[in-house]
Write a protein that binds this ligand. Structure first.
Ligand SMILES: Cc1cc2nc3c(=O)[nH]c(=O)nc-3n(C[C@H](O)[C@H](O)[C@H](O)COP(=O)(O)OP(=O)(O)OC[C@H]3O[C@@H](n4cnc5c(N)ncnc54)[C@H](O)[C@@H]3O)c2cc1C
Length: 471
């Protein structure tokens, strides 16, 4: 059997970026597996006109290699969109464009294998290699779907890179609600396929705050009238994503070093406190929602909508409605008032985020995993999760590395660190210092990242020349 240097599990933007950066490297033999039939980026939230929340430079490759043929600008040039993008003068591509760009890159890489659901990672002690087993779907079936005759393939790997993403999280009261009793009870990840049914339900409640909640509320607000539309969130206010430049410097290697070096309990606390860094709502969208409410209620018109903050869904049940149909009754508790009330609705959209964990496919190598007391990955600074440093995670390290984990813009830096581990050299320069501010106290040296230049100021570039990085 062929032995790969890298087997990537999951082909979301992060492993797709790794595949694109590994592609020109003669000393990296890689293959990437995904259970889906093709690349699709958050199809349930591909709302018309939505943009990504990071600049176009946060593509799959540019921050690691601005000369890469897989950059967003190269995509625009190849698809005849460069001039319109130039004239548009916005840093923020449409979400649909980003999805199309990723599929344009995916179509050029021969290291991607779709319709493969990885079910197990084992360790072959004799050869000191990992054995990755995937179920393969034939035809249209997504791998492993019951009834689809899934056969199995095995891949031998020196390094395994987990890019399985995060999974939608539903709060317990909603998760226990009998779906389909009244209208849909869905997570935003499944919004678009259910949009018509939500509108037809007669009364929709959006639960949660953050960009996805706001986008769904705004999307449904335009036609609200024939149906009620309510928005309930635990957050004390509809807070904007913080987007000021000194705060953005926290999406940096230095801040990740600082956060990583904190005591784990303090990290959890600080992590929760930093929600507004990336779990808020873009300021433009908040204003757009306000202006839409203003416009739609002008001239004495009414829009059947309520927006509630500091309010949590603490219980939910389904029961017969007065009109003979079925409805959901949500028990809402206001944190400051300490009082509860009952809210009736016919459908629920939970914008309650995503979670990551240790996937079951790693059970056969559990003894080799680095885990903390809570059973979470105890990820090393250079993104590995195993005692031998050859199992790596992309975007499974928010609890250890902080805000950079889900950030598209930081993907290429992390991939450069992983490729440095795989190759034992630095195919792409790994900047150690990029921020003007200092995190922690002066004199604190950045955490060492094996395989990358030790001193923070300088780093070897692909051409071998030494480049000044510190500002
Ligand atoms: C709606 C939305 C918008 C976002 N917008 C932004 C943004 O603008 N800017 C930003 O910085 N971040 C954004 N994020 C956050 C983050 O960047 C994205 O979630 C990103 O998609 C994460 O990429 P990923 O590669 O970790 O995983 P995902 O994109 O979740 O992909 C994981 C892949 O793994 C596959 N997979 C899972 N398990 C297996 C298995 N066992 N075998 C084979 N394949 C498997 C899945 O099929 C999937 O294709 C957004 C998130 C959401 C939900």
């Amino acid at each position: 059997m062929r032995t790969y240097d890298v087997v990537g599990i999951g082909i979301g933007p992060f492993n797709l970026g790794l595949a694109a950066l590994a592609d020109p490297l003669a000393d990296v033999d890689a293959v990437f597996l995904d259970q889906a039939p093709e690349f699709r980026w958050h199809p349930g939230m591909m709302i018309e006109g939505a943009t990504i929340q990071v600049p176009f430079l946060a593509d799959l490759v540019t921050m690691a290699d601005p000369t890469s043929p897989y950059s967003f600008l190269a995509f625009l040039k190849a698809t005849g969109r460069l001039y319109p993008f130039y004239v548009r003068e916005s840093f923020y591509p449409l979400r649909a464009e980003y999805d199309q760009y990723c599929r344009w890159v995916a179509a050029q890489l021969d290291t991607l294998r779709w319709g493969r659901r990885v079910v197990a990672v084992e360790h072959d002690a004799a050869r000191d290699l990992y054995v990755v087993t995937a179920e393969v779907a034939d035809g249209e079936g997504v791998a492993g779907t019951p009834g689809v005759n899934a056969r199995r393939e095995q891949y031998l790997a020196r390094h395994v890179v987990l890019g399985v993403g995060t999974t939608p999280r539903l709060p317990a009261p909603l998760a226990e609600l009998a779906v389909g009793d009244a209208g849909p009870v869905i997570h935003t990840a499944d919004y678009l396929p259910h949009r018509d049914a939500l509108r037809a339900s007669g009364a929709v409640t959006v639960v949660g705050s953050g960009q996805s909640a706001a986008e769904v509320y705004r999307d449904l607000l335009e036609d609200a009238g024939p149906y009620r539309l309510d928005w309930v969130t635990r957050s004390p206010r509809f807070f904007p994503m913080e987007y000021t430049k000194l705060t953005l410097e926290m999406t940096s290697p230095e801040y990740t070093d600082h956060f990583y070096g904190l005591d784990p309990e303090l990290r959890d606390l600080v992590g929760r406190e930093q929600r507004n860094l990336y779990k808020g709502i873009s300021g433009d969208l908040i204003d757009d929602i306000y202006d839409t409410l203003y416009r739609r209620t002008a001239l004495g018109r009414e829009v059947p909508t309520t927006l509630l903050t500091d309010t949590e869904v603490v219980a939910a049940r389904a029961e017969p409605a007065d009109d003979g149909g079925r409805e959901y009754v949500l028990t809402l508790r206001h944190a400051q008032l300490g009082r509860t009330t009952e809210h009736r609705t016919r459908a629920v959209v939970a914008a309650t985020g995503y979670g990551s964990g240790v996937p079951a496919l790693l059970d056969p190598v559990r003894d080799r995993l680095l885990l903390d007391e809570q059973g979470r990955f105890a990820v090393t600074r250079d993104y590995s999760v195993s005692t031998d440093g050859r199992l790596h995670t992309l975007n499974g390290e928010e609890h250890t590395h902080g805000v950079t984990a889900p950030d598209l813009g930081f993907g290429p830096w992390r991939n450069s660190v992983v490729l440095a581990k795989v190759t034992g050299r630095e195919p792409y320069a790994v900047e150690r210092r990029v921020a003007f501010q200092q995190f922690g106290l002066p004199g604190a040296e950045p955490a060492a990242v094996p395989g990358t230049a030790p001193d923070g100021g300088t780093t070897a570039t692909p051409s071998g020349a030494v480049a000044e990085v510190a500002r």
